[in-house]
Structure formats: structure tokens, C-alpha cells
Design a binder for this molecule. Structure first.
Ligand code: GLC
Length: 532
């Protein structure tokens, strides 16, 4: 495990998630590529993030945006070559940026050569690399295990006519589950980690980490009165949420620990209770168990303040480092909250105790784009509120030119860039000190040079007006106060018992009056104060 000194890079730093299809296209196919990311690294340096998490770049038929892999150690030609990946690592490291790859160990594409081999014959050498079972007595699926894809509810088992057995595919039939009970699978996945670690990657975000493994006795999930469990994903005991997942992950941790200073991030269920996040991180040897509280909680002062406090206390007590995000490639962008609340959400993300993850484009306040049905790509919608995930996977906007500078003017981007790209883009916002981009950058600068905000403790401020939340961050004698008004009306906060504060940042309509004793917070706005 990395040192628990509070100064480790992944505790102090800020992650930036890139969806590679959508960052920068250099070869004119309308799809982003690794060279494009290299071209844009200076944006990330200027912005002031520390590490990049890349969604999958591996060989894939792209039936699930690359989370359906056919070769874990090859770069998909649409993104470039292995040499391009090496160049990206070198160029990133030269600029002091770390690179974390997405690692997808739960399943492969149904077109993976191992899967094709496994399907070919009951006696195939790799038959038991995937999960196969005979039909139940009535010819139906062997257990009552269900698919977790919104698009394809129903059994997780799929009959293979040729060999007469059912294959387990929890997420989609195009992504069958690996058999994690098989040591050969575990060794193959450890080899994948070594392959990328040897090339210099700084860690991994582990996809569907809590889903590794299923019951070796193939017991049916218990269902109340014969019906499905109330919340299948959370309540499943045999299909996934297996205790073995933690053992498997600890084995992977041991591999990663053969290399200095690497990070392991685990994708967790979106509504995982806080105690599960803490326990999982601790027991599975995970540095950051992804916390989606800012997405799943109602964005009200009461709900967020209570969640922040509970998560703070639990992570502190469990000796686990916290983390936060506002969106990702599965969850809508924070502009869903409207303005100016989306600015306040960014301020919150970058001042809370714990490692922040910024999703590409959120530094601009990119909208969730209304992608017309004939331009949609994603077939496995798993996002909140049934929104197609395409809405928040649209191309990064670099300038006000054609295709927002994402791809050459005569190319067609794989998803539309959105109508308002002439206003919401890097070039325009770089010229506007009041922009979301500059706010994000200033907050990143502030965070970097303020130990109280990076590694400081956090204490909830009570007695605030309805709709407001506040907390102080303290380290090395330095005290910062963060106040957010998440309500739709202005609020006034009186500061008592503190000396005159100094404003260090605001999202806009926030000010100090009466010799610093009163903070006026406009509806939806926020302020960071330094206390004497
Ligand atoms: C994870 C990924 C998601 C993908 C799914 C199946 O949840 O974040 O994008 O569709 O796994 O691989």
C-alpha cells in the first residue's frame, strides 16, 4: 500500500477523466485518438490537474464504448498504436502528469479470441475461462441470476445452441463474465497489469470491481415470495457482491505493489452505502473506492451536508482516503443542476476533503447534449434517469470553429458537438476571466497551494440558514471556510467568533459585508474564505 502520510500524489492530486473517443481527433475519422490526447496535454497542465484516467483504449468491437475488450494488451487502431500509448506516457510524465488506465477484468467482448475458443467446444482448452452451466431440469437457465443492463433485463444466462450450455453474461450478452474461480484467468489478468505497469502507467481504475466472481455452488438468489429481490444489484449475494472479489483484488494489489507509488481505484455501485465504500477499500487493498455521493444524493444543502459529514467521519475512522466526483462516462454532467449551481458544485468538488475527479469538459460547464436518435451510439443505457450516455460523451470543445476543433472541419464527429459549442469552448473561455474554465483553474491553483484544502481535516459548520452548507478545512494552522448556498434564494450568513476573514474565491454573487462579519450568498453561489 502507498504511504499513509497524507502527501501521496493520489491523495494530494486531482484526477481528470478522459473519454478517449471524445477528446481530440487527429486522423480525421471523427473519433478521438491517443495522439490527440498528447496534443492536448498542455491544456491539462494549464488547467492544473495531476493525473489522467483514460477510459478504455484497448482493442474492441466498441459495442460498449471499449468496455468490451478483445485484447487487453493491444491499443485499438481507432485510438492508435502501442507506440502512441508509450508516447502518451512519456509526454505526460515529462509534464509531471500521471496516467491511470481503465482495467476491465470482469468480462470481455464476446469476440475476444479466448471467448470464441471457450464457446467452440465443451472440451475447449479455455472452456472454463468463462462461466458455463448445463440448463436447469426444465431446459431453462441454470439459476435465477439476472442481467444488470437496463436495456436487456432478464436472465444473465444465455443459451449457446451449439454446445447446449448456458453462458453467464451479467452486463450484456456481448460481454460474457470471466470465470474468476479459475486461477488461469486471475493469472492472465495479473499479466495484463504487469504489461501496462512495465510500460510505466501509474495505476488503474478497476471496472465493475465489486462484481468479480460468482457463487461456485450456483445458488439461486433468494427472492421474496418468488419475485425478484427488491434491489437486485444491491441485494444479490450469489451472483455478485461475493466476498471472493476482495481476495481477487488483494491478489491484484500485490502485483501492483511490485511497482512503487501506483494507485488502484475501484468502480463501486452508484448507491453503495458509505460503510461499504470504506470496508471495500480497506479489505480489497483499494486506494480509492469510487464515491458517487455528489451524484446520487439530492443536491440540497441538507442532504449534501449530511452525506459529506457521514462520509468524512467514516473514512477518517476507517483510515481510508475519501474521493469525489460530479459526473463520469456513465453519469450526467453537473450542468444538470443548472446555473449557477453547476459552478458551486465545482467549487464544492475542489474544496471537499478527498481526491476530486473532474470529468473532461466539466471544466467548461459542457451541457448534456440532446443527441438525436439517429446519431446515438450507446446501446446499454445505465445512466441516471434513463438518459442515453451519449449525452455526456460528446466531443470536447476546443474552439468556436467547425466541429469545435475536435476533428478536422471536413470530418463528421462520432457524436454531435452540440449547438452551443460556439460559446462553451476552451478558446472562448480562456479569454473570459469570469468563465467556468477560469473558475475551475483558479480553484485548482488554490487547492494546490493550500494544504488545508488538500490534506486538511474537515468540520461541518452548523446553524446555517436553510439551503446553505458550510465546512472548515484546517491544516498546519491554516483555516479555510467554504460556504455554499444551494437554494434558489439569496442567503445571509453571520460569522460569529471568528476574526475578519479574507475572500479567496467565489463563484460569482457572493460577498463580505459589515467588516467581514456577514457573508451575502446569492442563490446557488458559493464562497471560500480564509479565516485568521
Ligand atoms: C462499467 C463502466 C460502464 C460499462 C460497464 C460494463 O460500469 O463504467 O461504462 O458499460 O462497466 O463494462
Amino acid at each position: 500500500m502507498a504511504a499513509a502520510d497524507g502527501e501521496t500524489w493520489w491523495r494530494r492530486g486531482v484526477f481528470y477523466q478522459i473519454y478517449p473517443r471524445s477528446f481530440q481527433d487527429t486522423d480525421g475519422d471523427g473519433i478521438g485518438d491517443l495522439r490527440g490526447i498528447v496534443e492536448r496535454l498542455d491544456h491539462l497542465v494549464w488547467l492544473g490537474v495531476d493525473a489522467v484516467w483514460l477510459s478504455p483504449i484497448y482493442a474492441s468491437p466498441m459495442e460498449d464504448g471499449g468496455y468490451d475488450i478483445t485484447d487487453h494488451t493491444a491499443v485499438d487502431p481507432v485510438f492508435g498504436t502501442l507506440e502512441d500509448a508509450d508516447a502518451l506516457l512519456a509526454e505526460a510524465h515529462r509534464r509531471g502528469l500521471r496516467i491511470v488506465l481503465d482495467f476491465v477484468p470482469h468480462h470481455t467482448s464476446h469476440r475476444h479470441p479466448w471467448c470464441i475458443e471457450s464457446r467452440s467446444d465443451r472440451g475447449a482448452k479455455r472452456r472454463d475461462w468463462y462461466v458455463w452451466r448445463d440448463p436447469a431440469a426444465d431446459g431453462g437457465p441454470p439459476t435465477n441470476w439476472r442481467s444488470i443492463s437496463d436495456e436487456r433485463p432478464g436472465s444473465a444466462w444465455h443459451l449457446d445452441e451449439r454446445t447446449g450450455q448456458y453462458q453467464l453474461a451479467t452486463f450484456s450478452p456481448a460481454q460474457p463474465d470471466f470465470n474468476w474461480a479459475n486461477p488461469a484467468v486471475r493469472e492472465a489478468m495479473a499479466d495484463v497489469l504487469r504489461f501496462w505497469l512495465d510500460r510505466g502507467v501509474d495505476g488503474f481504475r478497476i471496472d465493475m470491481a465489486t462484481f468479480l466472481g460468482s457463487d461456485e455452488q450456483f445458488r439461486d438468489e433468494e427472492t421474496p415470495a418468488g419475485g425478484p429481490p427488491v434491489d437486485y444489484v444491491r441485494d444479490a449475494r450469489y451472483h455478485f457482491n461475493r466476498p471472493e472479489a476482495k481476495d481477487h483484488l488483494r491478489e491484484l494489489r500485490a502485483v501492483v505493489d511490485g511497482y512503487p507509488d501506483r494507485v488502484l481505484i475501484a468502480e463501486m455501485l452508484y448507491d453503495s452505502p458509505i460503510d461499504v465504500l470504506v470496508e471495500f477499500a480497506r479489505d480489497a487493498g483499494i486506494d480509492l473506492a469510487a464515491n458517487f455521493g455528489l451524484i446520487t444524493q439530492p443536491f440540497t444543502a441538507e442532504a449534501i451536508a449530511a452525506y459529506v459529514e457521514a462520509y468524512d467521519e467514516a473514512t477518517e475512522a476507517g483510515d481510508v482516503w475519501p474521493n469525489w466526483c460530479l459526473a463520469n462516462h456513465d453519469m450526467p454532467r453537473p450542468t444538470r443542476l443548472g446555473w449557477p449551481t453547476a459552478r458551486t458544485a465545482m467549487l464544492l468538488l475542489l474544496t471537499l476533503r478527498g481526491t476530486p475527479f473532474i470529468y473532461y469538459g466539466d471544466e467548461l460547464g459542457m451541457p448534456n447534449v440532446d443527441v438525436p436518435p439517429d446519431r446515438r451510439d450507446d446501446r446499454w443505457s445505465v445512466s441516471l434517469a434513463g438518459v442515453t450516455r451519449d449525452a455526456f460523451r460528446t466531443p470536447m470543445r476546443w474552439d468556436a470553429g467547425p466541429n469545435a476543433g475536435f476533428c478536422p472541419p471536413d470530418s463528421r464527429p462520432w457524436l454531435p458537438v452540440g449547438d452551443d459549442h460556439e460559446r462553451v469552448n476552451v478558446a472562448v473561455q480562456r479569454d473570459d476571466p469570469g468563465s467556468m474554465l477560469h473558475l475551475t483553474r483558479r480553484l485548482l491553483v488554490l487547492r494546490r497551494r493550500t494544504p488545508a484544502l488538500t490534506v486538511g481535516t474537515s468540520t461541518r459548520m452548523r446553524g446555517l440558514p436553510t439551503g446553505c452548507l458550510g465546512f472548515t478545512r484546517t491544516a498546519r494552522g491554516q483555516r479555510m471556510l467554504v460556504l455554499c448556498n444551494l437554494a434558489r434564494r439569496d442567503a445571509t450568513v453571520e460569522l460569529t467568533g471568528v476574526g475578519p476573514p479574507r475572500i479567496v474565491e467565489t463563484t460569482g454573487a457572493a460577498a463580505l459585508t459589515a467588516a467581514g462579519a456577514v457573508v451575502e450568498l446569492g442563490a446557488g453561489s458559493a464562497i471560500v474564505l480564509q479565516l485568521p
